[in-house]
Design a protein around this ligand. Structure first.
Ligand SMILES: [Zn+2]
Length: 791
């Protein structure tokens, strides 16, 4: 019991140490070092106000960066042109783009012909957010890095500061640079800096394809590494991207760094310089500077080669090795487990049935925890979307504590029950799965998880199993899973293999926990604490990355391997076996607090997103809330005396709360369709004066191919009768699409132009209370309508 509690406390302490950000360096730090305080001067200027692409504030920020780059001695240019993206959204085509202004500055190196190192960040923000973290911190860090490089002398090769525009609108600046700018051919390595939240350690979460040499360099160069090959693997299989996606797709090596903590501030009005964690900026800058120095002053740049397996471990060390060496880890773990089994058989005897029940108890713990945590997520009452999730993000510490306490509680319960064989426990995850399904009739996954855990639990707890046998089953299950990962996705296998190796050391040293002297307990507690610290880092990352509680099954499994012999008390001795249930009760209380105690405050204001919708097809206007409306937003909606209804309109992704409003005259966009002499058709759409963005939906009656968008050749097929979304920003003259239709026909064009102001002559939104904030293009006028053309 004492060993267990010591291991939990020490594990928590290790996790806390591992997640801490470094102390920010002051403004008078040595010139060759990165100083967050120095960088904050630029963050303050850039993030004074929101500065989305095409806005006057964006131009102010651009001019500041250009002046700073020239003062640093960089050959600086604004490179203006179209940026473009296209993607499939649920089978339908979506196109976006606009006119971007990348800022490119060159710090000359000794060999001007050598491939250059690019230091990249984006200077645009989303509308409505000052973007202190995303990505003023990256831009300011890039400027501070150049200053530090100059303090060290002339680098071997050019360093290119690539400060992109339009990242938030679809990686437009990076697309324009890496697809069409001739300067891109000079780049040989990319260091990108991003943020997805206002705090936390900066993770090197993505590399170029084939990262062996890059990881070797990163490990040599960086003092406080934070990286894991699992995240590179995961990111490779995710649809969303950052600017780094473009050079990566072009085959360039490089590193992508970001901090993702305190996500309430992500794309939020609260992402101010004051709220930015300066330690995060320090950690971001330290790593980016180290990698930039290691490449800029090197004779050769890293080249693509076989991937490495790597992860930081408690103690601030990055362990890295080639994928084949993962087999050595597994062989060592297997040998140690075998040794433990042999010695346990000599002392206690081991039953194969106990091992089978132990393996089942581990699966029960992992699947059951996933079901219980998913139910807890639903029990918070917060929905799944970005807006609904703000309820949880505003009280992220409480909610994460609830998740960790529940996960740990369930794991301890599962292990402790093995000694006693209480079949009743199997009902717990089954009930969680059923309740989760009753709350959401589409959630067959959690129902399945809960019922499977219940069935497995019946077998696991049919009888009591002795600890050495049960732990043997746990370890063999871990070994099988690690071997499967080593075959299927070798850069991820370490997630199981390393905790397994630690546990196997304990198994060999303590005869599979058959020995219980103080020395054996100390060894087990130490290994459990290290493993817990390691697993907690992954629990935290899983918690931050996706709002998917089932992901916590992985850290539960990691922790279980080494914690098991401490968590399964001898023959169910009472104090230890009560710890799990106690934690589950505490977790439930925390969930109740999260659900019922409204988190809104001046630091974490409730989000509001109200627009004045002028529907020119219907000749009516609506005050519409594009996010769930709180009291302030409802007041705005009712200001013209209309009642709030749920209204559907194509400009909204889903039905929204809206109230009738006074119709006002607003200029529509200018849209023309002109047949060209060569049989093609030109669609031109220009936003009304003052609109920064224009969204279109186009539907041809016959098949047609888009040949050009905004002057960029981009062949894309339009299906007859299907809507394609097109949005264009930061270009007063609008966009031209050149289509080649398969036959005579017509085109329907819907438009939605956003004017970032309230209409003149109607009652404006009242001032917001301190605990309410505007989101994105809130307080805008949206003008929608439809045009039909034939050719
Ligand atoms: Zn960003």
């Amino acid at each position: 019991m004492i060993a267990l509690i010591l291991a939990l406390v020490a594990g928590g302490w290790i996790a806390w140490l591992s997640e801490r950000t470094p102390e920010p360096r002051p403004a008078d730090a040595p010139p060759a070092r990165f100083s967050a305080a120095r960088a904050m001067a630029d963050v303050g200027v850039i993030a004074a106000r929101p500065h989305p692409m095409g806005s006057a504030e964006n131009r102010r920020v651009r001019d500041h960066i250009v002046a700073r780059m020239r003062a640093l001695g960089l050959e600086t240019e604004i490179r203006r042109g179209p940026g473009l993206f296209d993607r499939k959204v649920r089978g339908d085509l979506a196109i976006g783009g606009g006119t971007i202004e990348n800022i490119v500055g060159v710090l000359p190196g000794r060999d001007r012909g050598a491939s250059a190192v690019a230091v990249m960040a984006h200077y645009d923000s989303v509308p409505g957010s000052p973007g202190a973290a995303d990505d003023a911190s990256g831009v300011a860090a890039a400027l501070e890095i150049v200053r530090a490089i100059r303090a060290r002398g002339v680098p071997a090769r050019d360093v290119v500061l690539l400060i992109t525009d339009g990242e938030e609108s679809g990686l437009l600046g990076a697309e324009a640079f890496f697809r069409r700018d001739p300067m891109a051919a000079r780049i040989g390595f990319v260091v990108n800096m991003e943020a997805r939240g206002g705090a936390g350690r900066a993770q090197m979460f993505e590399t170029g394809t084939g990262n062996g040499q890059t990881i070797a360099l990163y490990r040599r160069a960086v003092a406080e590494p934070a990286a894991a090959s699992l995240s590179t693997f995961v990111y490779e299989h995710m649809p969303n991207g950052t600017d780094f996606t473009l050079p990566k797709d072009a085959g360039l090596p490089g590193v992508n760094l970001a901090f993702i903590g305190r996500q309430f501030d992500y794309h939020s009005a609260t992402s101010t310089p004051a709220n930015l964690d300066k330690g995060s900026l320090q950690h971001l800058g330290d790593q980016a500077l180290a990698v930039t120095l290691a490449t800029a002053f090197a004779q050769a740049l890293p080249e693509p080669g076989p991937d490495q397996v790597y992860s930081q471990v408690p103690g601030g060390v990055l362990i890295a090795y080639p994928t084949w060496a993962g087999w050595l880890v597994l062989v060592a773990a297997a040998a140690l487990i075998a040794l433990g089994v042999l010695r346990a058989r000599r002392t206690d005897g081991l039953s194969a049935w106990d091992a089978a029940r132990g393996a089942a108890a581990l699966l029960f713990a992992v699947l059951g925890a996933a079901a219980v945590l998913t139910l807890a997520r639903k029990a918070t009452g917060a929905g799944a979307g970005h807006f609904e999730q703000m309820w949880l993000l505003a009280q992220a510490v409480r909610w994460e504590a609830a998740v960790l306490v529940l996960a740990l509680g369930f794991l301890l319960l599962a292990a402790a029950t093995a000694s006693r064989g209480r079949r009743m426990v199997a009902a717990l995850p089954a009930a969680a799965g059923i309740v989760a399904f009753l709350l959401d009739r589409q959630d067959y996954l959690t129902l399945g998880l809960g019922l499977a855990a219940g069935a497995i639990g019946l077998f696991a707890y049919w009888r009591a199993s002795a600890r050495p046998g049960a732990w043997t089953g746990v370890l063999l299950t871990g070994l099988a899973l690690a071997a499967f990962l080593q075959v299927a996705a070798p850069t991820t296998a370490y997630v199981v293999a390393w905790p397994l190796l630690a546990a196997a050391v304990g198994a060999a040293a303590t005869d599979m926990a058959a020995r219980r002297g103080p020395a054996a307990l100390a060894v087990l507690a130490l290994l459990a604490a290290l493993t817990l610290g390691f697993a907690a880092g992954y629990a935290h990352a899983a918690y931050l990355s996706l709002d998917l509680m089932a992901l916590q099954a992985m850290p539960v499994l990691m922790a279980a391997l080494a914690l098991w012999p401490l968590a399964q008390p001898a023959e169910g001795a009472p104090p230890a076996r009560l710890l799990g249930p106690l934690l589950l009760v505490a977790g439930a209380v925390l969930v109740a607090v999260v659900r019922f105690d409204a988190p809104w405050s001046a630091r974490h204001p409730q989000l509001s997103y109200v627009v004045y919708h002028v529907d020119q097809d219907a000749g009516s206007a609506w005050r519409t809330s594009l996010a769930p409306a709180g009291p302030w937003a409802r007041q705005v909606l009712r200001a013209d005396g209309g009642e709030i209804v749920r209204r559907e309109h194509w400009m909204q992704r889903q039905p929204a709360q809206a109230a009738p409003a006074r119709m006002v005259a607003e200029a529509p966009p200018q849209i023309t369709v002109t047949p060209l002499p060569d049989g093609r058709v030109s669609l031109r759409a220009a936003p009304p004066p003052g609109a920064r963005q224009l969204a279109l939906q186009i539907r041809p009656s016959v098949a047609a191919r888009i040949e050009q968008v905004g002057g960029v050749a981009r062949p894309l097929e339009l299906k007859p009768g299907r809507w394609t979304k097109v949005w264009w920003e930061a270009e007063p003259s609008g966009v031209e699409l050149v289509l080649r239709p398969a036959a005579p026909g017509g085109l329907e064009v819907r438009y939605a132009a956003t004017l970032e102001r309230w209409p003149a002559g109607v009652r404006p939104p009242p001032p917001r209370p301190a605990d309410v904030m505007a989101f994105h293009t809130s307080d805008s006028t949206v003008v929608t309508g439809t045009r039909r053309f034939t050719w």
